[in-house]
Write a protein that binds this ligand. Structure first.
Ligand code: NAD
Length: 245
């Protein structure tokens, strides 16, 4: 059964988190049909009538869930590759990072966007249109000290977005990366809850504050709306000027 509703369909991964949930709310408020997915379906149930449990690192799960979404809604116009992790506090510099921690971060932040994008490309190619939005990070542009796995993964996520832009742009599919600076979410709360660490971060941001999830959701919504129609392979930096130093 497919939906009669012709408004754009957007699939968001990691939708229970700070940036994911703000993006779902913003996209719904702009009239889009949003599919909220995360590891645990209970965490996304209240966000959207369309919700699924999805582990982005599991190829069978990705194939199955994307197939069910296509069956239910008929098409997917936009995929937001948002699920991500920083790794445990052990995942620091290259020599100190446990191998399994490195693999875990790469699996979610790089393999995840690859698997999700790969599973939706055939339907987007058939439609002759589609958009992939990958939430990378300024850590994909400048190395964060002591965060080897995360920095490596975000550089790869950005280049993954660009690879798709180059290969599929001619088929009507655009792919862009958003590179946020420090955003106040469950991922960063432990750091921002410590006044000294928070002050240190804020001192590096020219506009004097960390981002709120809604700052990133704004950019997701702008891209998903189709208004930035010439953007393809772009790294859209949303960091208050942090990486401009
Ligand atoms: N918070 C920041 O400062 C910041 C800055 C730049 C980029 N980002 C990126 O933005 C994205 C969202 O981050 P956030 O700050 O909202 O973090 P968050 O921790 O609030 O949310 C991340 C979500 O991803 C989900 N997730 C983790 N592993 C998953 C998996 N295998 N399959 C599916 N879902 C999984 C988690 O359950 C969680 O809901 C991430 O890719 C992150 O790297 C965050």
């Amino acid at each position: 059964m497919t939906s009669e509703d012709q408004s754009p369909v957007v699939v968001v991964t990691g939708a229970a988190g700070g940036i994911g949930s703000a993006s779902v709310r913003r996209l719904i408020s702009e009239g889009m049909q949003v599919v909220a997915t995360d590891l645990d379906v209970e965490s996304v149930r209240s966000l959207s009538p369309h919700h699924f449990a999805l582990d982005v690192t599991d190829p069978d799960d990705v194939q199955d869930v994307m197939g069910r979404i296509l069956n239910r809604l008929g098409h997917v116009d936009v995929l937001v590759n948002n699920a991500g992790i920083t790794g445990s506090q052990q995942a620091t510099s290259a020599g100190e990072t446990p191998i399994d921690e490195f693999d875990r971060v790469i699996a979610v932040n790089v393999r995840g966007p690859f698997l999700c994008t790969r599973s939706l490309l055939p339907s987007m190619i058939a439609a002759g249109s589609g958009q992939i939005i990958t939430i990378a990070s300024v850590a994909g542009l400048i190395a964060f000290p002591g965060r080897c796995a995360y920095t490596t993964s975000k550089g790869a996520a950005l280049m993954f977005a660009r690879s798709v832009a180059v290969d599929y742009g001619p088929l009507g599919i655009r792919s862009n990366a958003i590179c946020p600076g420090m955003v106040e979410t469950p991922m960063t709360q432990w750091r921002l809850d410590q006044p000294e660490l928070r002050a240190k971060v804020e001192a590096m941001v020219p506009i004097g504050r960390v981002a709120q999830p809604e700052d990133v959701a704004d950019t997701v919504a702008l891209l998903a709306s189709g208004r930035m129609a010439y953007a393809n392979g772009s790294a859209i930096v949303i960091d208050g000027g942090w990486s401009s130093w």
